[in-house]
Design a protein around this ligand. Structure first.
Ligand SMILES: Cc1ncc(COP(=O)(O)O)c(C=O)c1O
Length: 385
């Protein structure tokens, strides 16, 4: 992986060649392509040429363990507490499969939950679960002696609102139940520390702010062997010794590897290494200040030109993205993409997201393009269809 010593936004941006021409405001959907990403995938291909067959697998396995260790360090965890998973939904399923749903039969989620995670919780109704969604009343009103799991996103996928996870965790723990945090929209662009959040589980995929590719999610488990039940989805990489090849044995390691299933997506692991390498060199407090300033500037400028921006007062409660309303977000997205500006439409919102590689010039190019779009199409901003 290329040595990157870029610690200021300008030189960090230089590690992403496409950004000389394009404005990338879509990291909440897919991070920008870096030189390091290409190099890391090249390293995987070289391993296949140099050591064809099972020798390449030895290198792949080492790469998986290195990526696991790096992710663990990034979130203040130990390697043994991190499982390498295919995505966040499977991670959520694995977690809930280890939790008995008896007298504690309730999963408390939130209205801001990413649908795929929320749907895994809903699917537990076939096991007798009751699923509640915390909205305006918050978690305090819903968590009680019947709660089996509390689930909260660190940053909501639509509005980009930062959630008070540590406070939710205090409420959950006071009632003796564990907390699952979906940190997909936070890890890589905000400081995330599982000890400060005091969560029991945390999941994050690698293709957004972690600057890798789809195909891998990391699952942190505070106390892997403490759950009452064993995971019900499993496979050889969930065994004590995956290479024992004993089809009559179903053992589970003490570590978070017990949540793993089959073969990992190796190209995505190499991509994750490249992204982790880029991110771990950054001071994430600096990154957070940088993206918050851009969120504030973009929100103010877009409001001034008449867009209906969804942003709380001040950016303190905001992650690295926000949205503005449009009747046809996909049409706006396509129109901007044709002009070299990547944004991320979702629902009734056009989402704009920021990483350390973005700058004020990106915001200005977006504002200019959007003015041109509004001048062309006489729609009323804010009137969602
Ligand atoms: C908050 C959040 N969670 C999860 C996901 C993805 O879930 P999965 O890995 O199951 O596809 C996304 C977006 O892709 C997301 O924004």
């Amino acid at each position: 992986v290329a040595e990157s010593t870029a610690t200021d936004p300008g030189s960090f941006r230089g590690l992403f060649p496409a950004l000389t021409e394009h404005v990338h405001l879509a990291s909440c959907s897919l991070g920008a392509r870096s030189v390091a990403l290409d190099e890391s995938l090249g390293r995987m291909l070289s391993a296949m040429s140099r050591a064809p067959g099972s020798a390449a697998w030895v290198e792949f396995e080492q790469e998986i363990d290195r990526a696991r260790a790096r992710f663990a360090a990034l979130i203040g965890a130990r390697s043994e507490q991190v499982a390498v998973m295919p995505n966040a939904s499977v991670s959520a399923f694995q977690v809930i499969s280890t939790i008995a749903l008896g007298t504690r039969d309730t999963i408390v989620s939130s209205v801001g939950e990413f649908p795929s995670i929320a749907q895994v919780w809903l699917a537990q109704r076939s096991r007798g679960a009751r699923v509640l969604r915390a909205g305006g009343r918050g978690y305090d009103a819903l968590v009680d002696h019947r709660t089996a799991l509390v689930s909260v996103p660190l940053v909501t996928y639509d509005a980009g609102a930062l959630q008070p996870v540590a406070r939710v965790a205090r409420t959950a723990h006071a009632h003796g139940c564990p907390v699952f945090v979906d940190a997909y929209q936070a890890v890589g662009v905000l400081p995330v520390d599982v000890r400060e959040l005091d969560c029991d589980y945390l999941v994050a995929g690698t293709h957004k702010y972690l600057l890798g590719l789809p195909g891998v999610a990391f699952l942190y488990v505070r106390d892997p062997a403490a759950g009452g039940l064993e995971p019900t989805l499993t496979g050889w990489f969930g065994r004590v010794d995956p290479f024992a090849f004993d089809a009559c044995v179903l053992d589970f390691p003490e570590s978070a590897r017990r949540f793993q299933t089959g073969t990992a997506a190796v190209p995505s692991i190499y991509a994750a290494s490249a992204g982790l390498d880029l991110v771990e060199r950054l001071d994430l407090d600096d990154v957070r200040r940088h993206v918050q300033a851009l969120v504030e500037t973009a929100g103010r400028l877009l409001s001034e030109q008449g867009e209906v921006v969804h942003l709380p007062e001040g950016a303190a409660g905001q992650g690295a993205h926000f949205g503005f309303t449009d009747p046809a977000p996909d049409t706006v997205g396509r129109w901007l993409a044709e002009r070299g500006i990547a944004v991320s439409p979702r629902g009734g919102l056009v989402r704009l997201s920021f990483h350390y590689y973005n700058d004020v010039d990106d915001v200005q190019r977006l504002c200019t393009a959007l003015r041109a779009y509004r001048a062309r199409r006489p729609t009323t901003p804010g009137r969602a269809g």
